[in-house]
Design a protein around this ligand. Structure first.
Ligand code: AMP
Length: 143
């Protein structure tokens, strides 16, 4: 039987501290405790962007008014989680946290968060697709 597709939206959030770009990664409190940007499943009739913004507020406590969304960046990740009967598609957008001091407030879906340089973020993000996404964000920001 073919696997169903589960759609999600997410935001790669970055801030600047002393001119260094830092990316926000959250550590899942489930399964293998992997690190990703805030993201989550689309609710009925919700767009990728709406889901990304809603999930960012739910998972990290960052509201749309705290962020400046870059409308020139969009990247879709597709993967098959191990031992699951679905394929997951996450559309990621890029957003700048205007006040770098804005506090991150986690929900119980995550156990930790970190602001990381590109290199450190790629080391935390174990999946190659996520590492590529971070590279593409960084390239986009340096264009
Ligand atoms: P998530 O989509 O981040 O909620 O993770 C759901 C499951 O998929 C977890 O077991 C993750 O470890 C796994 N997962 C997350 N990202 C990837 C990926 N890029 N490739 C394969 N599995 C992944």
């Amino acid at each position: 039987m073919s696997k169903s597709l589960r759609k999600a939206g997410g935001l790669v959030i970055y801030r600047k501290v002393f001119n260094e770009i830092q990316y926000l990664l959250l550590q899942a409190s489930y399964e293998n405790h992997h690190w990703t940007p805030p993201k989550g499943h689309l609710e009925e009739n919700e767009s990728d962007m709406d889901a990304a913004v809603r999930e960012t507020e739910e998972e990290a406590g960052l509201k749309l008014q705290d962020l400046c969304v870059d409308h020139h960046f969009k990247k879709t990740l597709k993967y098959e989680p191990a031992n699951k009967n679905f394929i997951k598609q996450v559309v990621y957008f890029l957003a700048y946290l205007t006040n770098p001091e804005t506090p991150v407030k986690l929900s119980n879906e995550h156990q930790s968060y970190k602001w990381l340089s590109l290199q450190n973020a790629k080391e935390h993000a174990q999946y190659p697709e996520m590492q590529e996404l971070l590279d593409e964000c960084d390239k986009h920001l340096k264009l």
